[in-house]
Write a protein that binds this ligand. Structure first.
Ligand SMILES: CC(C)(COP(=O)(O)OP(=O)(O)OC[C@H]1O[C@@H](n2cnc3c(N)ncnc32)[C@H](O)[C@@H]1OP(=O)(O)O)[C@@H](O)C(=O)NCCC(=O)NCCS
Length: 242
């Protein structure tokens, strides 16, 4: 069985005959859904997730015109994806996630529940965009970036205190393999080097490298004051507070 079809509910869309599009999906116009993709999957409500119980009815899945959904991708009910996006093969977009226009979500990446990506964001393959993460327009996440919403993994004393997804300003560039811990705030146009372990918030325009990430270059102008995690030392260099 192969090929593409149209569906009365989704005029102008190309739906692979092997794809599954559930009734909770709002009318799609000009959307391509490739083989074995699933659009509108309901979350399982009985599960052993520690953090929260998924909603029973997360609402409709909304997919903007011109968007392409790759083979084996899964878009959950309640996800909202903008126009002209590319959702790569095997990618997952969970309920409550919001993705702006002209975004690319790479193969095997996940945009977890309630995460928000602005317009023109790029997530390369095998990255984890954690629940509750917020990223402004034009952010870039390299290959295999890991972001977290909860610092606790101590199961004996585990208590969920709510999602603490990291927040990214506009135009943030995150190098491949970087790890961004829960609750971190990354300023506009900051650069996170490949492989960095980011445990403190990063000012606008700063470039941080290493494990743990240290400021390599601060912004030349307009260094913000909203984050006190990195400070300017007497030497004039930026770094972590003493
Ligand atoms: C951070 C980065 C942007 C380079 O910035 P840069 O200002 O051009 O830095 P340079 O290449 O001049 O290197 C400056 C110093 O930092 C070091 N450095 C560069 N990148 C580093 C990194 N990711 N981690 C640790 N150290 C790094 C260099 O070795 C150099 O050290 P030295 O002065 O002791 O020789 C780049 O190295 C990087 O990590 N890019 C991400 C690439 C990527 O993930 N692409 C995704 C493709 S999908």
């Amino acid at each position: 069985m192969a090929g593409y079809d149209t569906h009365l509910n989704h005029p102008g869309s190309r739906l692979a005959v092997t794809a599954v599009v559930y009734d909770c999906v709002e009318a799609m116009f000009g959307v391509t859904v490739h083989d074995f993709a699933v659009v509108g999957r309901l979350p399982d409500t009985f599960c052993l997730a520690l953090a929260r119980e998924p909603p029973i009815n997360p609402g409709p899945a909304v997919i903007g015109s011109g968007t392409v959904i790759g083979c084996h991708a899964t878009i959950y009910a309640g996800a909202r994806i903008g126009k002209d996006c590319l959702i790569g093969d095997y990618a997952v977009v969970r309920e409550g996630a919001v993705i702006g226009d002209r975004c690319v979500i790479g193969m095997h990446s996940i945009v977890s529940y309630d995460a928000v990506l602005g317009n023109e964001c790029r997530v390369q393959s095998h990255s984890h965009i954690t629940d509750g993460l917020i990223a402004g327009d034009g952010c870039f996440f390299g290959v295999g970036v890991a972001t977290f919403s909860d610092r606790r993994i101590d199961l004996d004393n585990y208590a969920f205190h709510g999602s603490q997804g990291p927040k990214f300003g506009k135009g943030v560039m995150v190098g491949s393999g970087a790890v961004i811990m829960a609750g971190i705030v990354i300023g506009n146009k900051a650069v996170i080097g490949a492989g960095a372990l980011v445990i403190k918030s990063v000012p606008d325009g700063a470039k941080v490298l290493g494990d743990p990430a240290q400021v390599f270059k601060a912004a030349m102008v307009g260094v913000p004051t909203q984050s006190s995690a990195y400070v300017k030392h007497g030497t004039g260099k930026w770094g972590t507070a003493p």
